[in-house]
Write a protein that binds this ligand. Structure first.
Ligand code: ZN
Ligand code: ZN
Ligand code: ZN
Length: 182
């Protein structure tokens, strides 16, 4: 319910609202680059949906975020908004993105999750590493890394895995072929 005793700012706010079929309170005035309504009160600018939620519920903390259930950024209907922490909000939005920007699917095998919750595509990381290794600087980096204690340890462990054993056999076979051809 809208307060019966509305402040001047609130009355001005509701004059900029147009309710659509879905019950969205569409903002008819200025919006920001993300499509959120912008509402000026005194010398403060509000995002329209945050203003609406605040007058309905309580003042919002700066770090608190509101998620649009209706996926309409210009909607300011408090009933279409859910209060979330930035982490929850980020995770919710990420869970809807199933592929990396280059089209690789975020399967558990292909996804590296950083401690902050951000997902990285392993296929893209491998591709980036491969390209880097083709440059002279990259080759030098690999050479230095392989000679380091850490690099030797990683290689030793890799050779014990099934994949590592196979890769080793294959590179040996290639070496024999090139010796025969050479
Ligand atoms: Zn809405
Ligand atoms: Zn959201
Ligand atoms: Zn990718």
């Amino acid at each position: 319910m809208i307060h019966l005793a509305m402040t001047k700012a609130e009355r001005r706010f509701f004059r900029k609202i147009q309710i659509d079929r879905n019950g969205c309170w569409l903002w008819t005035a200025a919006t920001d680059k993300d499509g959120y309504g912008v509402f000026g009160v005194g010398d403060k600018y509000w995002r329209a949906h945050r203003f609406a939620w605040s007058i309905r519920n309580r003042p919002l903390e700066a770090h608190e975020q509101l998620h649009h259930l209706c996926e309409t950024p210009s909607c300011a209907n408090p009933d279409h908004l859910v209060l979330m922490t930035p982490k929850q909000h980020k995770q919710l939005h990420m869970s809807r993105i199933t592929h990396c920007p280059y089209g690789h699917e975020y399967t558990p095998e292909n996804t590296y999750v950083r401690p902050n919750g951000q997902r990285n595509c392993k296929a893209c990381a491998l591709e980036g590493t491969r390209k880097l290794r083709e440059t002279p600087e990259g080759k030098e980096q690999v050479r230095i890394y392989r000679q380091s204690e850490r690099g030797k340890e990683v290689q030793r462990r890799y050779r014990q895995t099934e994949h590592g054993k196979r890769a080793h056999r294959e590179s040996e076979a290639r070496r024999r072929v090139s010796l025969r051809e050479g």
